[in-house]
Design a protein around this ligand. Structure first.
Ligand code: GDP
Ligand code: MG
Length: 301
């Protein structure tokens, strides 16, 4: 899909120029502009729901308002503040999560899930590296027993950072792989089990059941939904359908190096969950923290 760049900037320009012509705008003026550029907004990767929320917000502060200064910078500021406020949901303290879990049950469990090919396995390994840098010992549970290529790839990544991995036979029950990894982690003094899972499509009830079972068996302390930064507005569907299967605690948004922040902003906007990190490349150290203001500035320019 070809994504149009800067759909929100186009919106601001349109509204500002209409203000320039008409002085003040009515509700139907604003609705007319949204209708006129709806396709550009959607093609720019914005979900209909977000476009609607922006429209409502704009109507609330714009209708019959008189302008003196530059309307475009006023509009930009309003929209910027609205978006920043909507996606400022606080950070994640991994240390706290791990230490709290340790008191109860010796180890903590992080579960990674999401659609096929979004970058779950690489993101899991990136997380392992973050944890090692914090002084913790992670163990990987290779619970994607669905595809043998997935296992090989994960083993390759794990080797790169010298993190041990527990695996099962091809086609083995993934929940049992996670269970075994947890037993090993407790007996061998690991701190965190990072559980990979097979890619899931929302319509695949079987895999949804499997994911639920893994969550039930392993009682994760952090349930991380990995979404694809190139998914455009579909990121909302990914968030919704997975959150229904397993309630999400945190997000990883991948491929931000290739797709920018549109998906990241929308994922946080709809789930109101913190971002563990953004994936910004294919190396294990290619991660970046999510700063709402930086993300919003990016999508407005
Ligand atoms: N450019 C870029 N590529 C990524 C990123 N994260 C993952 N990938 C690539 O996306 C592809 C799928 O990743 P993988 O971890 O196997 O996805 P999974 O199927 O969800 O486990 C691989 O080619 C990764 O190298 C990222 O942040 N940036
Ligand atoms: Mg994988």
């Amino acid at each position: 899909m070809v994504q149009r760049r800067a759909p929100l900037k186009l919106l601001l320009k349109k509204v500002a120029s209409k203000i320039g012509v008409k002085g003040r705008l009515s509700r139907s003026d604003i609705e007319g502009i949204f209708l006129e550029i709806e396709l550009d907004l959607l093609e720019g990767g914005l979900a209909l729901e977000l476009v609607d929320d922006i429209k409502k917000h704009m109507i609330s502060y714009l209708v019959e308002r008189e302008f003196r200064g530059d309307p475009e910078s006023f509009l930009r500021n309003e929209l910027k503040n609205f978006l920043i406020k909507s996606i400022s949901v606080g950070g994640l303290d991994l240390r706290k999560i791990i230490e709290r879990a340790k008191e109860e049950k010796e180890i903590s469990v992080f579960l990674f899930f999401g659609f096929n090919g979004v970058g779950k396995s690489l993101s899991l390994v990136k997380t392992a590296k973050v944890l090692m840098d914090l002084g913790y010992k992670p163990l990987i549970a290779a619970a994607d027993t669905f595809r043998s290529a997935a296992l090989e790839q994960l083993e390759g990544y794990a080797k790169e950072i010298a993190v041990p991995l527990v695996k099962g036979d091809r086609g083995a029950d993934p929940a049992s792989v996670v269970y075994n990894a947890i037993s090993k982690a407790i007996s061998k003094g690991f701190d965190v089990v990072l559980s990979d899972t097979a890619g899931r499509r929302a319509m695949d009830r079987n895999l949804a059941g499997e994911l639920r079972k893994i969550a039930r068996v392993s009682n994760p302390d952090l349930k991380v939904l990995v979404v694809d930064g190139l998914a455009g507005s579909d990121v909302i569907n990914q968030c919704r359908s997975f959150n229904e299967i397993v309630p999400v605690d945190a997000l990883v948004v991948t491929k931000v190096d290739a797709g920018g922040y549109v998906a990241a902003v929308q994922a946080v906007y709809f789930l109101k969950k913190p971002v563990l990190f953004l994936g910004v490349g294919t190396s294990i150290t290619d991660i970046k923290p999510f700063f709402p203001e930086e993300a919003v500035n990016f999508i407005l320019d």
